[in-house]
Design a protein around this ligand. Structure first.
Ligand SMILES: [Zn+2]
Ligand SMILES: [Zn+2]
Length: 768
């Protein structure tokens, strides 16, 4: 067929077709796209939002319909991810032109919730155009940008079902909203200075400046930042605490008042230069992969190494080599960073470990001692979403935290569930997941479940996801640790409950992401999780596939006095491992004496195999971290300390002996490693490097030994320990060199943030 035939109209008989389009087709300008496409092909018909899907009917020449059908997918707007669910021939009708019908609520819901989108280029251009009606308006948006997940209160995604319902459109905005040729056609968060939300600035000793001139609140905020104050700034998914990233006194003030002496602080860089990255490039070592990650549509925080001569104070990330960097993503951020002119600290506006705050009054009440001022706005946030965090490991960006711009993270399952399942995740870094039919959805990072507010948001997200997707869970999956707040909540619900062992969940999440058809050996290394044998696991290798994991290897167990406290006090792990190895522990403090007595008598000293505690011990023995002020501090400092240069001689892997215990479990003995860590004459950097090399070497050795008598298809590395780029890359290289296919998690975090997804897969595989 000649392609020109598409538009020639003789001979062929007109017909009418109906398509049901699924995937991400709502909140992304899809209906307007269909409308304009139909005009282009000279077709008449209708397009309509159903709950979750878009129905398209068109009639005309078959050739034109064919081309139209192909373009429905191939030419879709950038944010859309359409899929053809069905296509059928229907009766020809008398139609005039192409029409967009009102949304209809359908019973067979197949809903996709769009994530929050960063400011698009078109809107950014208007934001900076003095002749535009929305010049410097901090809430400018269109169908290709603006908030979604944090603004939607119900589906279908129409303005009355968003937190914008309380802002009636002015005539000018309404005209744009109703014009299918306008890029703001049915842009639900549409707003302008006349009809939309606005900023307000509140300083500690002043009354609010509301709307005093267009830029008054913004100017007051910039002035406060320039004075070195901390300002709580309301954004898309919650508040940030912001201060001048180049002012050490401002950073010290924020750290003091937030009781965060060392935890690395994320930075937001101003958009400068042709590609917006000029300032980032001046401070950080951007390569093609980190640059692409930074500019990803989700505008995440990306961990990027700093230049040796960077002007950024060391106190932004003490002892670390990487800086968590992000670009401005909302119009407010663009205006703020442009006015300020240099990077700002932009850390979560929360109380330690809790979900980020979203409500104006609550933020003032709870951050009053941390922030000297507040930049509020009056667009309500329906539910919190912290910034997403990415680290490039082994050449690919890996999500370490699912949040704003990515959540809710949707997955297709290669099987269909008989009933909807809710997975409630772990205790720290909690996120929940929901699965039904052949779909699974992972929520954004909620936080550590130790406080009332965390539990409140945990319950809200569970209720919200079920309501938005129109799914009611018929069973719950939780961690086997019954002491987790998530497990306790699950046990209180009146639904069947399945408990999944922590490391089985980690392994199943990775197997699902990689390829469910394969048989794996998966190293699940983390802090601690209850094992099947009442000891605390965390240094295991599991063989098999989801629903059928067998523990085949582990680190040599040791007694860890102090239990939970050991995670916050790496010196305890160091002392315990020294005593286990018959080495002296050079401390006669009262705490150390008491600890040794507890260790000797096995009092409150559970047996553990956790790799995370080996990292803690090494960090303490090298003098890097005895007491952690944030989770993972010891291991992070250890990774950052590891280097080798010519002056040091070679750091070589130390062989960790393997033996089989009475149950046939392969046990890796860390004792020689401990002796090496205690050799004070060797530079710290070299010992830190040797520690990483030795563990990577042990992974390969364990894999080879197991493969020799029980073959498997691929090796996996997961658990919080593999957030460590150095260890993960060494292990991947050496596994590949030894001929193994190897995987690291990419989409679902390898830490407990991905646990809920693994719980779903593990429970589904066991056919609960
Ligand atoms: Zn836009
Ligand atoms: Zn308006």
């Amino acid at each position: 067929m000649n392609t020109d035939d598409h538009f020639s109209s003789h001979s062929a008989t007109p017909e009418a077709r109906r398509w049901l389009m699924g995937g991400r087709v709502q909140g992304v300008g899809y209906r307007a796209f269909v409308f304009n496409l139909a005009q282009r092909f000279g077709l008449s018909g209708v397009v309509q939002n159903l709950t979750g899907e878009v129905m398209v009917e068109a009639q005309g020449e078959p050739a034109a319909l064919d081309a139209f059908a192909a373009a429905l997918v191939s030419d879709a707007p950038p944010l859309a991810r359409p899929q053809v669910i069905s296509c059928q021939l229907i009766q020809l009708r008398k139609l005039i032109g192409f029409e967009i019908l009102l949304s209809a609520v359908s019973s067979q819901a197949n809903i996709h919730i769009p994530p929050d989108n960063y400011l698009c280029d078109d809107c950014r251009r208007e934001l900076l155009d003095p002749h535009d009606a929305r010049y410097r308006y901090p809430f400018i948006n269109c169908t290709q940008c603006g908030p979604r997940y944090t603004l939607i209160t119900a589906m279908p995604y129409d303005r009355p079902n968003t937190t914008m319902a309380e802002f009636p459109l002015c005539p000018r905005c309404r005209a744009e909203y109703e014009d299918p040729h306008n890029r703001r056609f049915h842009a639900q968060p549409l707003a302008c200075p006349v009809c939309g939300p606005h900023l307000s600035f509140v300083a500690a000793r002043e009354r609010a400046h509301e709307n005093v001139g267009r830029d008054a609140a913004l100017d007051a905020c910039v002035a406060a930042l320039q004075r070195g104050e901390t300002v709580a700034v309301k954004g898309i998914g919650g508040y940030h605490l912001m201060c001048d990233a180049l002012n050490p006194a401002a950073i010290a003030l924020l750290r003091d008042s937030k009781h965060r002496p060392h935890k690395p602080l994320a930075l937001m860089f101003p958009w400068q230069g042709a590609d917006g990255l000029q300032r980032v490039r001046a401070e950080l070592q951007l390569d093609a992969v980190t640059q692409a990650a930074l500019c990803n549509a989700s505008r995440p925080i990306v961990l990027i190494p700093r230049h040796a001569d960077s002007a950024l104070p060391d106190t932004i990330a003490p002892g670390l080599r990487e800086i968590g960097a992000m670009l401005p993503y909302s119009p407010l951020h663009h205006l703020l960073l442009e006015s300020f002119g240099s990077p700002l600290v932009a850390t979560s506006g929360n109380v330690s470990g809790e979900p980020v705050l979203t409500d104006n009054a609550e933020a003032e009440a709870r951050l009053g001692k941390v922030a000297q001022a507040f930049l509020h706005h009056n667009r309500p946030i329906a539910r919190p979403a912290d910034d997403s965090v990415l680290r490039v490991i082994a050449g690919s960006p890996r999500l370490l935290r699912v949040g704003r711009g990515i959540a809710p993270l949707e997955f297709d399952l290669p099987f269909s569930l008989p009933q909807p399942l809710l997975a409630v995740g772990g205790h720290m870094k909690n996120a929940i997941a929901l699965a039904w039919n052949n779909r699974a959805v992972l929520s954004p990072h909620i936080g550590d479940l130790g406080t009332p507010r965390s539990l409140e948001i945990f319950e809200q997200v569970i209720a919200d996801l079920q309501q938005l997707y129109g799914v009611k869970a018929q069973a719950i999956v939780c961690d086997a640790h019954s002491g987790y707040a998530s497990s306790r909540w699950a046990a209180r619900q009146d639904l069947p409950l399945y408990r999944v062992q922590h490391h089985h969940a980690h392994a199943s999440a990775l197997a699902f992401e990689a390829d469910l058809a394969k048989k794996y050996l998966i190293f699940t290394w983390d802090g601690v999780g209850f094992g099947e044998d009442a000891t605390l696991w965390g240094g295991e290798a599991l063989l098999g596939r989801p629903g059928a994991w067998k523990r085949v290897a582990s680190f040599k167990p040791f007694r860890l006095p102090g239990g939970e406290r050991a995670g916050r006090e790496p010196w305890r792990s160091a002392a315990a491992l020294c005593w286990e190895s018959g080495l002296a522990w050079q401390s006669d403090t009262r705490d150390a004496v008491l600890l040794k007595s507890a260790w000797e008598h096995g009092l409150n000293a559970p047996v553990t195999t956790a790799a995370g505690r080996l990292f803690d011990a090494a960090s303490s023995l090298l003098g890097l971290c005895d007491t952690a002020s944030y989770e993972g501090q010891g291991p992070m400092l250890l990774e950052a300390a590891a280097t080798v240069d010519e002056t040091m001689g070679d750091a070589e892997a130390i062989d960790l002996p393997l033996h089989e215990d009475e149950n046939g479990l392969l046990v890796a003995d860390w004792t020689p490693l401990l002796h090496a860590l205690c050799r004070d004459e060797v530079p710290v950097a070299q010992r830190a490097m040797q520690f990483h090399l030795s563990l990577a070497h042990s992974i390969v050795k364990q894999a080879q030994r197991i493969h020799a008598h029980t073959p498997f298809d691929a090796v996996g590395l997961t658990g919080g320990v593999f957030q460590n780029k150095l260890l993960a890359e060494l292990a991947m290289q050496q596994l590949n060199a030894a001929g193994f296919e190897a995987y690291l998690p990419q989409q679902a975090p390898c830490n407990d943030g991905g646990l809920a997804l693994g719980q779903l897969i593990e429970a589904a595989s066991k056919k609960y």
